[in-house]
Structures are given as structure tokens and as C-alpha cells.
Design a protein around this ligand. Structure first.
Ligand code: NDP
Length: 257
């Protein structure tokens, strides 16, 4: 009896969420894919972004369609300001404002600081930090006019503690935290929450070359995280239940400090 009621409640929640459109960048990557699946499973209509990973994005779209979810794809380079504005304004002209935006796309290009090239510095700062402006600026006024919404950014433990060989990445991810907190203050009176998720070491392509034997001892839980563990928090932050949580950085990192 209780199980049936719970099922009904979940069904109603999915129907309510269907009206809410959520935009997720970097859906062709490991964490983005898990976020898309979890957000779609919660009933939201998803617009999933990719850049070079057309094949991954299309296979994700197929999987969501098979489950009866609503998903469309959009492609652009988040470091290209003009392309972001052009594609996102066109999308909004046709579909209206998003309920939620999850800025997840990102890259790393590690090196010791003395050996770090200007290209590595620029590419990480442009992709991971400038994208905050490039993606959110065209989207923000339509969300503000609705006086409700959710913005979630993805930083990293590296942006909180700093990390050897990642001066560029730590700088960009620390910048995301500052930008998220400042935007949260600006939007709070409009009931729009702005929060940041800071994952630790999560099993995706990004950490393929990371020295896990050296990293594992610094993780109290003794294991790396799963993309689904990040996605679950994103779904909660999108929900009505999370409406009084804003300007926060929430870590998903197995207890790393
Ligand atoms: P992946 O390498 O698996 O995915 C990266 C995603 O970012 C891809 O979808 C990729 O798109 C997209 N992307 C990269 N550059 C651009 C660009 N110039 N324009 C548009 N999209 C771009 O990494 P993760 O899933 O692990 O990373 C997702 C986020 O989580 C990143 O912001 C990362 O910094 C952060 N993070 C990851 C951690 C980890 O341990 N994995 C830890 C902490 C934070 P495409 O392939 O289509 O080009």
C-alpha cells in the first residue's frame, strides 16, 4: 500500500517536472551523462549540450528516448562567447526560458607551473571559467523574468584546496566558486538559487591519466566517486525541496579536505 502511494507520488512529481526545462553542458562526458540520466529520470525536459562528442550525445539521446524522456541536443564550444550567445538566444526564442542550468562542461590540462605553456593556461581558463559568463549571461535575463529557477555550477576539490600540477585548473575552478557565490546574492531576491558542486576524484575520462595510487590515500573513503553520486546532488538542488539552499559549495568527495 505504502509502496503504491510512493510510486504514485513519484509519477506526479515527474508530471510536474516535465514543464521544467533543464540545460546541462558537457553531457557527452562522464559526469554530464550521469546528470542528464538522473535529471531526465526525475521527469524534467532536458536540453543536453556537447561540443566534439556528437556520437556520445546521440547515444545518450537515444537512451533517454527509449525510456520515454524528453531530450534535445545542442552543440557549441563553451569557450566561444559569440557562438554561445547565438545558439542559446536562438534556443530561447523558440522555447522560452530554462528552469535550471547546470554548467558542467570543463577540461584540464595539467603541468607543473614552471613548465606550463600559455596555451594550457588559456585553454583551461577559457573553457572552465569564461564559460560561466559565456553560457549564463545569455540565459540569465529570461530566468530572472520568471522569478524562479536553479543554477548549478561544477567546480572541483582542486578549486578549494589547490592541487599540484593544476595551477590553471585550480584557478579556474576557484573562480567558479567566487562567481557562483556572487551571482547567488544577485539572484536571491528572485527566488533563483545558485549553488556549486565540488566533486573530488570521479571515475570519468578526465582522470584517466591521474596517479590513483598516490591519490587514494588522501580519500578517507578509500575509493574514487561515481558520476551518479554527483548527479544525485544535482537532482536534489534542482528540486522544490532545495529552494532555501543558495550560495553554497557542496563537496562530493569521499571526505577529502
Ligand atoms: P569528461 O572529460 O568526461 O567530460 C568533459 C565534458 O566537457 C565533455 O562533455 C566535453 O564535451 C565538455 N567540454 C570540454 N571542453 C569543452 C568546450 N570547449 N566546449 C564545450 N564543451 C566542452 O569530464 P568529467 O565528466 O569528469 O567532467 C565534468 C565536469 O566535472 C568538469 O567541469 C570537470 O572539471 C568537473 N570535475 C571532474 C572531476 C573528475 O574527477 N572527473 C573532479 C572535479 C570536477 P565534448 O566531449 O563533446 O567536446
Amino acid at each position: 500500500m505504502m509502496k503504491n502511494n510512493l510510486k504514485l507520488l513519484l509519477k506526479e512529481l515527474r508530471i510536474l517536472n516535465k514543464e521544467k526545462k533543464v540545460f546541462i553542458t558537457g553531457a557527452s562526458g562522464g559526469i554530464g551523462r550521469a546528470i542528464v540520466l538522473a535529471v531526465s529520470n526525475a521527469g524534467y525536459s532536458v536540453t543536453a549540450h556537447y561540443n566534439k562528442g556528437k556520437e556520445q550525445a546521440e547515444s545518450l539521446q537515444k537512451e533517454i528516448h527509449e525510456k520515454g524522456g524528453i531530450i534535445e541536443l545542442i552543440q557549441f564550444d563553451v569557450s566561444d562567447r559569440n557562438e554561445c550567445r547565438e545558439k542559446l538566444e536562438k534556443w530561447q526564442d523558440e522555447n522560452g526560458a530554462f528552469w535550471g542550468v547546470i554548467c558542467n562542461a570543463g577540461v584540464s590540462a595539467d603541468d607543473s607551473f614552471p613548465g606550463m605553456s600559455g596555451e594550457k593556461w588559456d585553454s583551461v581558463l577559457r573553457t572552465d571559467l569564461d564559460s560561466f559568463y559565456n553560457v549564463l549571461h545569455p540565459l540569465i535575463m529570461p530566468i530572472c523574468r520568471k522569478k524562479k529557477g536553479r543554477i548549478i555550477t561544477i567546480s572541483s576539490v582542486s578549486g578549494i584546496t589547490g592541487n599540484r600540477g593544476q595551477v590553471n585548473y585550480s584557478a579556474a575552478k576557484a573562480g567558479i566558486i567566487g562567481a557562483t557565490k556572487a551571482l547567488a546574492i544577485e539572484l536571491a531576491s528572485r527566488s533563483i538559487t545558485v549553488n556549486c558542486i565540488a566533486p573530488g576524484i570521479i571515475e570519468t575520462d578526465m582522470i584517466r591519466e591521474a596517479p590513483l595510487d598516490k591519490i587514494l590515500p588522501s580519500i578517507p573513503m578509500g575509493r574514487i566517486g561515481k558520476p551518479e553520486e554527483v548527479a544525485a546532488l544535482a537532482v536534489f538542488l534542482l528540486s522544490e525541496e532545495a529552494s532555501y539552499i543558495t550560495r553554497q559549495v557542496i563537496s562530493v568527495n569521499g571526505g577529502m579536505v
